[in-house]
Design a protein around this ligand. Structure first.
Ligand code: SAH
Ligand code: SF4
Ligand code: F3S
Length: 458
């Protein structure tokens, strides 16, 4: 076994697909591996370990992983020829779902582990260094969050914090309950402590994460079970925190207390991603969404009452088995009624092992494609309209990225719009008032407001 000293700098390259939970997990993997001497790098070329943190949500996920593995393989061969070692790992939801297949088809892969076992990376690395091939995809009930070291990865001015994992909803199209396992909520105190550390480390915005985040039911410091509304109130009290968001929510779990929180907590941003999938009651039922269209309209209305400037985004699936023209028109009708500001929409993809994969009455691909482009045209129109309406407003923007043009900074408005502005680099990682001058399909441009006498519109 090559027992390299823990201090010698080794390079770790992590590529992340999928949802923000995977982004969070990748950061935590880096945290776990740092004490073993691994520093993250932006390129695979000089890496001593490569982790592909994968997503299994839609088709071709596995193909993409194999094609990446194929491209990376020569790096490993080169390194070994030079007498070195390159550990290759597949993590995340494809690893969870197809672990055995990956080990079989890609003999050069050293480690395969799922979203619930990456806290065991130190042991896995030791074994892999000794020449073993590792597969670690059990859901053994052990709480990974209790085993993780305190996060050290500087999460930047906009930080993600996982508070809930897994899903018990079992929508008929979805792999998440199988890849992430049963729903689990972290304890409130551990979350609040992590939030404080993020703010101490420079976070101005925290987005709390979960596959089904508003099903959160963690144990509070008083021993009782807290819902998401109560947790948001506790996080809201953190000094220095300016913005709070949460994602992804299920319409059925928007309870009164959470809705009320939107009216009470100024740091809670006026934007909510609330996936609905379809506007047809028949399809919602076949999807096992456990809500109908009226419940969705009702939730939207109550949220708007609590926080009048709130805006919404959603996810849609078109071409679900059995979807008729009328079902699709119900979706279009719903979109017209709600008026979203940005959305994701997908053609149904049959995922192995899910109930929908065995359903009859498949929608022809050309029909599904046509529906998808009609839906996307409407959603794009709504987004562009909202962006045009933002012109002239002054919005507080959290500048957290550099743009491609010299001197350009990029950030997010309260409504998650990308805002481009010319500004001094020292404004990076601050919230700046920006007067919006142009609204495009997917972004805004604006100018920094220097005057003291501006009125906030959000
Ligand atoms: N937890 C979230 C979403 C998880 S997956 C929720 O409950 O809404 C993100 C999005 O991917 C889903 O909202 C859905 O629109 C899409 N999706 C999931 N499975 C899919 C499938 N089999 N085919 C097409 N889109 C899918
Ligand atoms: Fe998947 Fe449905 Fe759970 Fe969302 S609520 S993660 S779509 S099973
Ligand atoms: Fe993908 Fe797994 Fe997230 S399937 S969307 S990475 S939970």
């Amino acid at each position: 076994m090559s027992n390299t000293s823990a201090n010698s700098a080794k390079k770790l390259f992590i590529k992340t697909w999928g949802c923000q939970m995977n982004v969070y997990d990748s950061n935590r993997m880096a945290d776990i591996l740092r004490p073993l001497g691994y520093q993250t790098t932006d390129t695979a070329d000089d890496a001593d370990m490569i982790i592909l943190n994968t997503c299994h949500i839609r088709e071709k996920a596995t193909d993409k992983v194999f094609s990446d593995l194929g491209r990376l393989r020569p790096l490993k061969e080169k390194k070994e020829k030079e007498g070195g070692q390159l550990l290759m790992a597949v993590a995340g939801c494809v690893a969870q779902a197809e672990g055995d297949f990956i080990l079989e088809r890609a003999p050069y892969v050293d480690m395969v582990f799922g979203p619930q076992t990456y806290h065991e990376l130190p042991e896995m690395v030791i074994e892999a260094n000794g020449g073993d091939r590792i597969i670690n995809t059990d859901f053994d009930g052990e709480n990974k969050f209790d085993k993780l070291p305190e996060e050290q990865q500087n999460s930047g001015s906009s930080a993600f914090l996982s508070i809930q994992e897994g899903c018990d909803k079992f929508c008929t199209f979805c792999v998440v309950p199988y890849t992430r396992g049963a729903e689990y909520s972290r304890d409130v105190q551990a979350i609040v402590d992590e939030g404080k550390r993020m703010v101490d480390g420079g976070a101005l915005e925290i987005t709390v994460l979960g596959q089904n985040v508003n099903a959160f039911h963690g144990i509070g410091p008083d021993g009782s079970t807290w819902g998401l509304g109560e947790l948001l109130r506790a996080l809201h009290d953190i000094d220095g925190l300016e913005r709070l968001r949460y994602t992804t929510s299920h319409p059925r779990d928007m309870d009164d207390d959470l809705i009320a929180a939107h009216g009470e907590l100024p740091k809670l941003q006026p934007f909510l991603h609330l996936p609905v999938q379809s506007g047809s009651n028949k399809i919602l039922k076949a999807m096992n969404r456990k809500h109908d269209r009226d419940l969705y309209f009702d939730v939207i209305e109550r949220l708007r009452k609590a926080r009048p400037d709130i805006t919404f985004s959603s996810d849609f699936i078109v071409g679900f088995p059995g979807e008729t023209d009328q079902d699709f028109e119900d979706t279009m009708d719903m979109v017209r009624r709600v008026e979203f500001v940005s959305c994701y929409s997908f053609k149904f993809s049959a995922r192995p092992g899910t109930p929908a994969a065995n359903m009859q009455n498949l929608v022809r691909d050309d029909v599904a494609s046509e529906r998808l482009s009609r839906l996307q045209a409407l959603l794009n129109e709504q987004q562009a309209e909202f962006n045009r309406k933002s012109v002239g407003m002054t919005l507080p923007v959290l500048l957290d990225r550099k743009g491609k043009k010299p001197g350009q900074l990029v950030g997010r408005s309260p409504f998650m719009q990308s805002v481009f502005v010319q500004g001094n680099e020292r404004l990076m990682d601050t919230i700046v008032d920006i007067k919006i001058t142009e609204g495009f399909d997917n972004s805004l441009t604006g100018e920094i407001v220097t005057s003291e006498s501006i009125t906030h519109t959000a």
